[in-house]
Ligand binder design. Structure first.
Ligand code: PEP
Ligand code: MG
Length: 567
């Protein structure tokens, strides 16, 4: 079966299917009311323990923001109003606890779902989650628990939610395959952060695979085999060995410079979503942070993060990175990332809509709070502030003007900050790429966001699976735009980086080196391999190859050229 490569590594193991179990709750009359109420209490206690475990695991292994989902769940279990009504129903109607819980839940869910407030609608899904867990406990239905596995498995699922990935035990979950999702979807980015091999977007996966089936795949290929012949298993066992040996060899590159064969140095940095992700950078010897996606600080919670909360997160990252460059991007919400509590209107084209810098320039208070937190944190390390989704010079000037206002406020309040910090912008909209000669005069650096630049250049929604074959990083139009941006940046003497997924693509790293990219920012797991690739290449030779590549007409020609003449 064919899917989208999401996270590197070879996996061979038994399938464990994450089922969306159908739960059939029946209405039965009971005699012993007190006993039924006790059963409900016990089930609440047990589910509390389960959720506490999920919370601890998420906090330890992923991050505070992800863990907060479970705090919300915990609050529901302790809600006296809700469970008071459930108990009352058991008493009044002599019905079983599961039925009482289900009916009370349905009333609340309907009420929440009909509310105008997006936040309350979100609470409906939390309530469904928690009640579902308790009902399953009452009925003795087993929940797939990824944190308590006896043997190694490959998780097979339609999609994986943050709660699923949060609890994954890396020792036992040796890979995962999903039916939906693309290379830049939540589950794919999470797989790379957790360093678990994965393939996503495999059509008809769940109707093909059964529990216990032998699953074999290479996260760098995208092909998934179900119960393959012995020869295929042998082939992948060999690949796995090679992969492990190669990974060991890459370890030797820790502490080394990232330099081409002919002595050109580049910076290999990492993308992170939460302070916790710094662990992965330190483990993989990243030289900095090229993109800190701050929106995760704002997500999975019920109100905006305060200035102090943000300050703490930024300070922690800066301190742990010990003066290495840290590019922090201001809020990039909208598109595929929603904030329920802002109650933003639904849009026809969210990716072309009210998002990122557009929202920040409109809701200036939100923007200013973040800028204050960033400036205050700036004295703890080497911070660089970056604005997302800039499409015009006016927007950039407006954002910089607000930053200057905030600086003045801090000066008046005698609060210290780094007065020389660099301010840059993402190049992820074609208009910005085309006009990069002008933009380069007004910023200290560019970082090319290929995830969006591909979607906007080729008019292909990055989340739409039906057209994922059109979302292509080898598209000659994209490569020409990247070259233009790098050249225009260099003409004005500024550095140019890239933080879209293309920066870590083994086939395109040589091309980007040849184009003169200064900084490559990627998932931490890709860093050592990128260092190895760069050490094998001569920049001079790559420059010549780039000239030829930029004259090719199709994405297939580009990929074939790279396969034949570079890799
Ligand atoms: C990008 O668009 O390439 C990018 C890095 O930003 P995000 O994936 O967060 O939109
Ligand atoms: Mg983007």
């Amino acid at each position: 079966m064919e899917g989208i490569k999401a996270s590197p590594g070879v996996a061979i193991g038994k399938a464990l299917i994450k089922k969306e179990e159908k739960v059939d709750v029946k209405n039965t009359k009971i005699d012993d009311i007190q006993n039924e109420i006790k059963k409900l209490k016990d089930a609440r206690e047990e589910s509390k323990k389960q959720i506490q475990k999920l919370y601890d695991h998420a906090l330890e292994n992923i991050g505070k923001e992800e863990a907060q989902i479970f705090e919300a769940h915990m609050m529901i279990i302790d809600d006296p109003e809700f469970f008071g009504q459930v108990e009352q129903k058991i008493k009044d109607e002599s019905v079983n606890a599961a039925w009482a819980l289900k009916t009370v839940r349905d009333t609340f869910v309907t009420m929440f779902e009909n509310m105008e407030n997006e936040y309350m609608r979100e609470r409906a899904s939390d309530l469904k989650d928690v009640s579902g867990r308790i009902i399953k406990l009452l009925l003795g239905i087993k929940i797939t628990d990824f944190s308590k596995l006896d043997e190694e498995v490959i998780v097979i699922a339609k999609d994986l939610t943050p709660s699923d990935t949060a609890q994954m035990d890396k020792e036992k979950v040796i890979g995962f395959v999903t039916e939906v999702g693309g290379k830049t979807s939540h589950s794919a980015i999470m797989a790379r952060t957790l360093e678990i091999p994965a393939v996503v977007g495999v059509k008809e996966l769940l109707s093909t695979v059964k529990n216990g089936d032998l699953v074999v795949f290479d996260g760098e290929e995208g092909e998934v085999y179900i119960n393959p012949e012995e020869s295929v298993v042998k082939k992948y066992e060999k690949k796995m060995k090679e992969y492990e040996e190669f990974t060991k060899k890459l370890e030797e590159l820790k502490g080394k410079e990232s330099m081409s064969k002919d002595g050109v140095k580049v910076e290999l940095a990492a993308n992170i979503g939460t302070p916790k992700d710094v662990d992965g950078i330190l483990r993989n010897d990243g030289e900095g942070i090229g993109l800190y996606r701050t929106e995760f600080l704002y997500m999975d919670r019920d109100k905006l993060p305060t200035e102090d909360e943000q300050f703490k997160a930024y300070k922690e990252v800066l301190e742990r990175m010990e003066n290495k460059p840290v590019v922090i991007r201001t809020l990039d919400i909208g598109g595929d990332k929603e904030l329920s509590y802002l109650d933003l209107p639904e849009e026809m084209n969210p990716f072309l809509g009210y998002r990122a810098i557009r929202l920040c320039l409109d809701k200036v208070e939100i923007f200013k709070t973040q800028l204050r937190a960033l400036l205050r944190a700036s004295i703890y390390g080497n911070i660089k502030i970056m604005f997302p989704m800039i499409s015009s010079i006016e927007e950039l000037r407006q954002a910089k003007k607000i930053l200057e206002e905030v600086k003045k406020e801090l000066i008046n309040e005698e609060i210290k900050f780094d007065k020389d910090l660099e301010v840059g912008m993402m190049i992820e909209i074609p208009a910005a790429a085309i006009l990069s000669d002008q933009f380069a005069k007004e910023v200290d650096f560019f970082s090319i966001g290929t995830n969006d630049l591909i979607q906007y250049t080729t008019a292909v929604d990055r989340m739409n699976q039906n057209i994922s074959n059109l979302y292509n990083q080898f598209h000659p139009a994209l490569l020409r735009l990247i070259k233009t941006v790098i050249d225009n940046g260099h003409k004005e003497g500024i550095w140019v980086g890239m933080c879209g997924e293309v920066a870590g693509d083994p086939k395109l790293i040589p091309v980007l080196l040849g184009m003169g990219l200064d900084e490559f920012s990627m998932s931490p797991i890709s860093i050592l391999k990128a260092r190895w690739i760069i050490s094998k290449l001569s920049k001079k030779e790559m420059e010549k190859k780039v000239d030829e590549i930029l004259n090719l007409p199709t994405a297939t020609d580009v990929e074939n050229y790279i396969d034949e003449f570079i890799n």
